[in-house]
Design a binder for this molecule. Structure first.
Ligand code: ZN
Length: 336
């Protein structure tokens, strides 16, 4: 390994450490159990930085040959080369490569679907040409359930956009094989940790909308460190779809729980990315979740399309610009 390689991986490790520390101090970290893993990762990063300093970084612990650079690019704390990994890990890597080739062929959707019993509206604006937000609708083949996804990569521009297109492809492939959101997101996270050089992490909500009767719709969801979606009931009361796991791309052993909630006629479910609530005005105040909730409650009786457009206008009026500073997505479902 050359001096420039050591410098490169030191930067990768430092960026990872900074993002992990930021996430550790953020509100979405409230999910218990993950903090310990993150501390362990931070310890591994510290050890790797020590190896960079002593110029032993990138040396395989078993055979003392170099660990492949592309492998370190994805998993910079690894200390074993591909020749020395177990047969089990080898087989898993081969499966991942097959998956990656399928993902390149997957196409991205451009239309808002019709979900029976719902009005659906999405607005998504990118701060630059390529956005780091992503959303998708994946109907089940028997059309009994509808899967809805919203995700946000830290940062924006090309790296975030590339990460998102990878993630969207992986989600589409895995989604056809895995029925429950919890195991699906766990597998997606594993895939991301193993295959994509992630220094920027991804938060995501996956919800399965399952029609139980004309009046009631059951929703099963997994929230991987994402802004909590807001459920505004017909009577104006508010519930939140809590965080059930950590952000994606940190540790392949993260697990993801599921929660359930029922939607009834007149309820509005709002999924959004942090570009909405972190829009800032000239005084440095944030738009915030309270303003979002108040706006929708006040406009609840208006036509659904007006509510969604009105919300975006309200965010822009607040921040005093018509240009999104961060990628910004809002996806709203109205139970008819
Ligand atoms: Zn080796």
């Amino acid at each position: 390994m050359q001096v420039s390689d050591f410098e490169h991986f030191r930067d990768v490790l430092l960026e990872r450490r900074q993002n992990l520390t930021e996430w550790l101090n953020s509100a979405s970290m409230a999910h218990t159990g993950d903090a310990e893993k993150v501390h362990r990762l931070l310890e591994q990063i510290k050890e790797a930085l020590d190896r960079v300093k002593s110029a032993t970084y990138g040396e395989c612990k078993v055979c003392h040959e170099g660990v492949e650079l592309h492998r370190l690019e994805v998993q910079p704390v690894k200390q074993i080369c591909l020749c020395c990994i177990s047969e089990e890990e080898q087989a898993e890597l081969e499966e991942d490569l097959y998956l990656a080739s399928k993902i390149h062929r997957a196409l991205l959707p451009q239309t808002t679907p019709k979900i029976e019993g719902f009005e659906v509206e999405v607005r998504s604006l990118a701060a630059s040409n390529i956005g780091g937000d992503y959303y998708d609708f994946l109907p089940d083949t028997d059309s009994q359930t509808f899967r809805v996804i919203i995700a946000d990569a830290m940062g924006h521009g090309l790296p975030a956009g590339l990460l998102m297109s990878n993630l969207q492809g992986a989600m589409r492939i895995l989604s056809s094989d895995i029925n429950e959101p919890g195991p699906l997101i766990a597998r997606l996270n594993q895939w991301l940790c193993r295959n994509v050089p992630v220094t920027k992490f991804v938060s995501l909500v996956c919800l399965d909308i399952e029609k139980t009767s004309a009046k009631e719709t059951r929703v099963t969801y997994t929230n991987a460190g994402h802004c909590q979606p807001v459920l505004i009931r017909k009577d104006g009361s508010v519930e939140r779809l809590e965080v059930t796991g950590g952000v994606l791309g940190v540790d392949e052993e993260f697990t993801y729980d599921e929660q359930r909630v029922s939607l009834f006629s007149g309820d509005i479910l709002v999924l959004y990315t942090d570009g909405i609530i972190e829009a800032e005005n000239a005084q440095g105040e944030l738009y915030g979740e309270d303003r979002l909730v108040e706006f929708i409650r006040a406009q609840q009786k208006d036509s659904f399309q007006n509510v969604v457009d009105g919300l975006l206008n309200s965010v822009f009026e607040f921040s005093g610009t018509s240009q999104a500073a961060d990628d910004l997505t809002v996806l709203m479902l109205h139970k008819k």
